[in-house]
Design a protein around this ligand. Structure first.
Ligand SMILES: Cc1cc2nc3c(=O)[nH]c(=O)nc-3n(C[C@H](O)[C@H](O)[C@H](O)COP(=O)(O)O)c2cc1C
Length: 182
């Protein structure tokens, strides 16, 4: 797929099939992440690739208890009969973290995440940014994050739900950003 076509056609996916993408495709998405820029070439990012359903279930149970009521009900509405899952039951869940002592860590992780979404689109996979493990929730989930190797000095800046899309994306929201030429 042409790079611009890939950027323009990328959409957030919030319904996944249970089918596991191939190891090669998952690795390509991770290589795309590692090829993202990083402030001062620090490259402290860590990618925890979770496919263990038991861990995902326990993570979702915990997130559900700490999420606000509005967030839980909108998630339940989106997932329908499948029930609560902040990652929309994606078979692959990639936790992106970095050393929180550096001031570009959030930016580094954001660049990696966008590369992952674009690589997923190029491979015919769906993806979604999942924010529920970041911010204050990160410490509340520290024991679970440690189980999947997230370093203690790291903060989670975003996660990628990955898998085959089970539904067409919702209609594209109008872009309201301003572009000005001088
Ligand atoms: C920083 C950031 C955090 C986001 N967090 C979530 C999230 O937790 N759950 C979710 O379903 N979508 C999340 N999204 C996806 C946005 O809702 C989505 O990008 C937006 O609706 C535009 O749709 P599009 O990606 O299809 O263009 C997030 C996106 C960004 C950039």
């Amino acid at each position: 797929m042409d790079a611009l076509q890939c950027i323009m056609s990328r959409r957030t996916c919030r319904a996944f099939k249970p089918d596991m993408p191939s190891k090669d495709d998952i690795n390509t998405v991770l290589e795309a992440a590692r090829n993202a820029p990083s402030g001062m070439s620090r490259f402290t990012r860590h990618f925890a690739v979770v496919t263990d359903k038991n861990w995902l279930d326990r993570m979702n149970e915990r997130v559900r208890t700490i999420a606000g009521e509005a967030s839980v009900s909108s998630n339940l509405e989106r997932n329908g009969a499948k029930g609560y899952s902040c990652n929309y039951h994606s078979p692959v869940f990639i936790i992106v973290s970095a050393d929180s002592s550096f001031n570009t860590s959030r930016d580094d992780c954001s660049c990696a995440l966008e590369n992952m979404f674009l690589a997923a689109n190029a491979l015919g996979l769906g993806s979604c940014w999942i924010n529920q493990l970041g911010g204050d929730n990160c410490e509340k989930l520290r024991d679970l994050l440690s189980e999947v190797g997230v370093p203690a000095s790291h903060k989670v800046y975003g996660c990628c739900a990955l898998g085959y899309a089970a539904a067409d994306p919702s209609p594209k929201k109008p872009r309201t950003e301003v572009i000005e030429f001088f």
